[in-house]
Design a protein around this ligand. Structure first.
Ligand SMILES: *[C@@H]1O[C@H](CO)[C@@H](O)[C@H](O)[C@H]1NC(C)=O
Ligand SMILES: *[C@@H]1O[C@H](CO)[C@@H](O)[C@H](O)[C@H]1NC(C)=O
Ligand SMILES: *[C@@H]1O[C@H](CO)[C@@H](O)[C@H](O)[C@H]1NC(C)=O
Ligand SMILES: *[C@@H]1O[C@H](CO)[C@@H](O)[C@H](O)[C@H]1NC(C)=O
Ligand SMILES: *[C@@H]1O[C@H](CO)[C@@H](O)[C@H](O)[C@H]1NC(C)=O
Ligand SMILES: *[C@@H]1O[C@H](CO)[C@@H](O)[C@H](O)[C@H]1NC(C)=O
Ligand SMILES: *[C@@H]1O[C@H](CO)[C@@H](O)[C@H](O)[C@H]1NC(C)=O
Ligand SMILES: *[C@@H]1O[C@H](CO)[C@@H](O)[C@H](O)[C@H]1NC(C)=O
Ligand SMILES: *[C@@H]1O[C@H](CO)[C@@H](O)[C@H](O)[C@H]1NC(C)=O
Ligand SMILES: *[C@@H]1O[C@H](CO)[C@@H](O)[C@H](O)[C@H]1NC(C)=O
Length: 485
């Protein structure tokens, strides 16, 4: 209900009211009058919005085949799993660059085991991994470049200082596709996991695929295995589609994550099966003072039809690095199993930023320790220069149509005293517990609304339905009143 609203909504009510916004000093006299009408207006809006809704995944533009294709074999690559092919990949990408103004080109990776160190992509490239093709990440550190940390993090994610570049990188690119006939990208991460756990790395671990400041990226029809850290990390990107992937790492692998949209917008993730040691899908936007200064939110994200599993983290997570803000997220048809936490929003003092207007709907959970966790006491700081007075806010989070079986703890809502989490809404939620259900919820510094929730939630989540109508369902269709993209 702040600065985001639809053109339609403005026409519906009164565009002057919209234009002035609801800043208390400006519209105080109108508030009383308008709040009375809010209930009805919101119902009208909810109804019309439902008809207009269009998430990121709805844009079904087919991929154009590239007019040109080259095979990795033409660059002297050897697919024996032993020969290092970094130079072959680099030369092939360099060659594809010359097709940039001719519709781009496909780099075809035939069946085989293609060992490589880190390499860069180029614009208008399709990297195609044939059925039976595996790109293998080298286990020798010297085959991986190192680079400065991301500006919104100020340091590597594992350690202060520099970090290893990802296996496959795109910087400042447009129109890049990584796809195939279910070919594989295998990071052979075990050596990194061991070195991380024994504190013998000098730089933070690499990811498998990272894009920075790119747009129109598609990653589809592939399997990702054994990433040293994260699998797919789009940062400062726009228009990213991640579709039809299998992503897996050992349940014991330390802090491995699947797909990590970070300070990025217009992101679609669909039809993916992900099982990780840590968070399977996690949305982020920078870390404390670095993320606040960089100021780039993750927004307009649509996630649907995904199966997620996380042995030690969460199936679906938000944060804890969220200092640039996270907003307008729609998640549908989420299946979570055998995980420590099902869905988690995590932040802490010092982060600044916000998480708001998030709708998670049609969720099935099995064998989960904590089904929902929303916490303001989670995560560490990049250094001691963070400002503890930068308190994040969490608002407008809707959980709708959820069923769960073999759940140990239903919900842990632990807000921040100076900034209670508000408009936390649960509707049609039914968990069958494997433990005494009378102690299955915890609430502190949180306010919200619930209807048809079992087991019975805490009283802090039982505000009146009038308040809920103005604060919960308003965010059900987040794309419709986000006018600033
Ligand atoms: C890959 O891109 C990075 C960042 O632009 C650059 O520093 C590096 O030299 C590139 N590597 C190669 C082999 O071109
Ligand atoms: C998913 O990927 C598999 C293997 O590449 C392919 O056979 C299947 O058609 C894809 N499904 C969709 C919906 O794209
Ligand atoms: C792709 O291959 C992986 C690993 O072999 C397999 O688990 C997955 O089911 C395959 N995906 C599709 C869509 O065929
Ligand atoms: C870390 O740095 C030390 C000292 O320069 C070096 O001996 C060691 O081999 C390095 N370790 C790795 C994993 O690069
Ligand atoms: C995935 O593969 C299927 C089957 O080959 C194809 O129809 C579909 O277009 C591919 N999807 C993407 C996004 O590449
Ligand atoms: C994910 O798992 C489901 C259920 O096992 C399966 O139907 C689907 O094809 C899998 N998707 C991929 C991309 O492997
Ligand atoms: C219930 O879930 C727990 C994990 O939270 C798991 O260890 C246990 O095996 C599950 N029980 C059944 C009957 O599936
Ligand atoms: C409640 O949620 C369940 C599980 O997602 C769903 O099957 C059912 O249709 C929902 N009921 C209503 C009234 O929306
Ligand atoms: C709830 O979350 C808080 C903050 O992360 C944590 O300290 C506490 O142990 C959790 N409680 C339960 C019952 O999981
Ligand atoms: C609605 O919320 C406001 C502000 O949070 C509160 O003062 C008021 O008592 C609530 N109304 C009802 C009926 O619960």
């Amino acid at each position: 209900m702040k600065r985001l609203r639809t053109f339609e909504f403005c026409v519906l009510i009164d565009w002057i009211w919209c234009a002035t916004g609801r800043h208390p000093t400006v519209v105080q006299p109108f508030l009383v009058v308008f709040s009375y009408f809010q209930f009805a207006l919101v119902l009208v809006l909810g109804f019309t919005s439902a008809l207009q809704y269009d998430g990121e995944c709805e844009n079904k533009k087919a991929l154009n085949p590239r007019p040109h294709s080259v095979s990795l074999l033409e660059f002297g690559a050897v697919g024996d799993g032993k020969t290092l092919n970094t130079v072959a990949f680099q030369n092939a990408v360099f060659y594809v660059k010359s097709f940039a103004d001719k519709g781009g080109a496909q780099l075809y990776v035939p069946p085989g085991r293609w060992l490589t160190g880190s390499f860069n992509l180029t614009s208008h490239l399709t990297l195609f991994l044939e059925t039976g093709a595996t790109i293998l990440g080298s286990q020798d550190y010297t085959h991986w470049e190192i680079e400065e940390p991301l500006p919104s993090y100020g340091r590597g994610i594992d350690f202060p200082g520099w970090r290893y570049r990802s296996l496959i990188n795109g910087d400042d690119l447009h129109d890049v596709v990584i796809t195939g006939g279910n070919g594989t990208i295998d990071g052979q991460g075990s050596v990194w996991w061991e070195q991380f756990s024994s504190h013998s790395l000098n730089y933070s671990r690499p990811h498998l695929v990272e894009f920075t400041r790119c747009d129109h990226i598609v990653i589809s029809n592939l399997t990702f295995l054994n990433s040293p850290a994260w699998n797919i990390h789009p940062t400062y990107c726009r228009y990213v589609k991640v579709q039809n992937l299998t992503v897996h790492a050992s349940p014991a692998s330390p802090y491995t994550s699947g797909i990590v949209p970070d300070s990025s917008e217009h992101v679609c993730i669909e039809n993916c099966n992900i099982s990780m040691g840590h968070d399977a899908i996690v949305l982020k936007s920078g870390w404390d003072e670095y993320g606040i200064a960089y100021g780039k939110p993750t927004k307009s994200v649509h996630i649907r039809a995904v199966n997620l599993q996380s042995s030690l983290g969460s199936g679906l997570a938000f944060g804890s690095e969220m200092s640039g803000g996270i907003l307008n997220v729609l998640v549908e048809r989420l299946h979570l199993s055998n995980s420590f936490v099902g869905i988690e929003l995590k932040t802490t003092r010092g982060r600044g930023g916000y998480m708001k207007d998030i709708v998670i709907s049609n969720v099935e959970m099995h064998n989960i320790h904590t089904a929902i966790q929303v916490t303001g006491q989670s995560g560490s700081h990049p250094d001691d220069k963070f400002d503890p007075d930068q308190v994040p806010f969490v608002k407008g989070i809707t959980f709708d149509n959820m069923v769960g079986s073999n759940i140990t703890f239903a919900g842990n809502f632990s807000g921040i005293y100076e900034s209670p989490f508000t408009s936390i809404c649960l509707s049609n939620v039914s968990f069958s517990m494997n433990w005494d259900s009378s102690s299955s919820w915890f609430c502190s510094d949180v306010k919200g609304f619930s209807q048809k929730v079992s087991p019975e939630p805490c009283s802090d989540l039982k505000e009146s339905s009038f308040n809920a109508s103005s604060s919960c369902f308003f965010s059900l269709y987040p794309y419709n009143y986000a006018t600033d993209f």
